[in-house]
Every structure is written in structure tokens, then in C-alpha cells.
Ligand binder design. Sequence first.
Ligand SMILES: C[S@@+](CC[C@H](N)C(=O)[O-])C[C@H]1O[C@@H](n2cnc3c(N)ncnc32)[C@H](O)[C@@H]1O
Length: 233
Amino acid sequence: MNELLKTGFSEMGLSVSDAQLAQLNDFTARMLETNKVMNLTGITEPEEIATKHLLDCASLLTAADFSKKSVVDVGCGAGFPGMPLHILCPDCELTLLDSLRKRILFLQSCIDGMGLTHIEAVHARAEEFAAAHREHYDFAVSRAVAQLNVLAELSLPLVKPGGMFIAMKGRDSDEELAAAKKAIAALGGEAPRVVDYTIPHTDITHRLVLIRKKKPTPKQYPRPFRKISANPL
Ligand SMILES: C[S@@+](CC[C@H](N)C(=O)[O-])C[C@H]1O[C@@H](n2cnc3c(N)ncnc32)[C@H](O)[C@@H]1O
């Protein structure tokens, strides 16, 4: 796995230390061990973890500078993209957020066991977390959580004006983006900028959707989840 990661990061223009590689391995081992008793990931081959999880998530670092910035990972699941992002950029202030308690307990055990700092794992629904953390973060990031019009209402309220929401999507997301245009504008976001990338060592092309927040989100958002899903913006 280390050779794949080293050459992959180098292809992406990212530098990674031996200590960071060891941490990525440590996190992977903890995830696979816990995955035996808890559903964390369907990807269990080390090579696939390297490409489809670790290198994929590292693509965020090619699009923005997270150093010393506050970042929330909305719907982080087993820690993606947040954990690799934080291991590769340890001075970002990261909040891992998920509505499933057992995944947050797993992540807390990784934070404690690996001695990580500048990172917290929070059990909450994003739309409820916004009540106390509205416009608090420089960045929100998210992968594989919801359609963009719904995800924007979960994520953009957490971002400061001038900050950015980055959604990790597939390359086939043109229609989804078009359908989210109105929602993004209503929530205070600028029109998205899209960056497509191919994950090193694969022929998989994914997409970063970068949404700059230009003005505060109106107070009526986010709505309770039943309203968001029944009547998406
Ligand atoms: C398919 S998983 C994706 C996990 C991870 N982001 C990844 O790419 O591997 C979606 C995660 O989003 C979480 N989730 C869904 N809706 C949420 C919400 N409103 N607030 C917080 N977490 C949410 C779920 O509990 C689940 O862990």
C-alpha cells in the first residue's frame, strides 16, 4: 500500500512524510479491524483503500489550502474525507460530524489511540449542529452523503461568508449540479466551480464541486430534515 500511496501522492503533487504514511496505515488497520464487527466500509482490499479512499480524499488538498483553517466533514462515516485530510494537513482544525453514533465512537477511538490533536468527532445531525455552529467554519467538505441540493442545505449554513463548501461527486453529476443551482444561490453560495480528477493508479474520474459562500445563509435554513427531504430547495 505504501508504494501506491507514495507514487499516487507524488503524481498529485502532494508531499507526504514517512510519519504520515505510517498514520494512514495505522488508521487503515484500525478501520479494517473494527469493520469486522461494525459496518464501516465495503472496500477492504488495501490497494483499493489506498486508491478509492485515501488518494481520492487527498484530492481536496490539490484544490485548496486547509492549513490552520477550520474544517467540518459533513457525514464523515468512517472518516472520509476528513481523516486522510487531517493526517496530510495536521494543522487544520477538523470536526468530523456524523449522525451515526457508532461511527463517531470508532473515530474517537482512532483520535485517542493515534494521539491526534486539532481534531474532534461529533455525533450530531448537520442540520441540528448548525444551530450552535452557524457560519463557524472556513470549509465544509463532504463525500457520498446526499444529492447536492439537499447536501448544500446541510453544509452551507456551517460555512462563514468568504469560506467554501467542497462536495466530492462523480463526473456524471452535471444534472445534479444543475438541479442544485437554485438551492446554492438561496443558501448564499456562488455558482459552483468544478474540478475533475483521475485517481492515480485507476481510471476512475471524480469531481470536486467548489462552492464559495458569498453571503450569509438566510435564517430559515437549514430546515428540519423531514422538510429538507420532503421539499428540497
Ligand atoms: C454513505 S456514508 C458516506 C461516508 C463518508 N463520507 C464516505 O465518503 O465514505 C453517509 C454518511 O452520512 C451520514 N449522514 C447522513 N445524513 C446526515 C446528516 N443529516 N447529518 C450528519 N450525518 C449524516 C450517515 O450517517 C453516513 O455515515
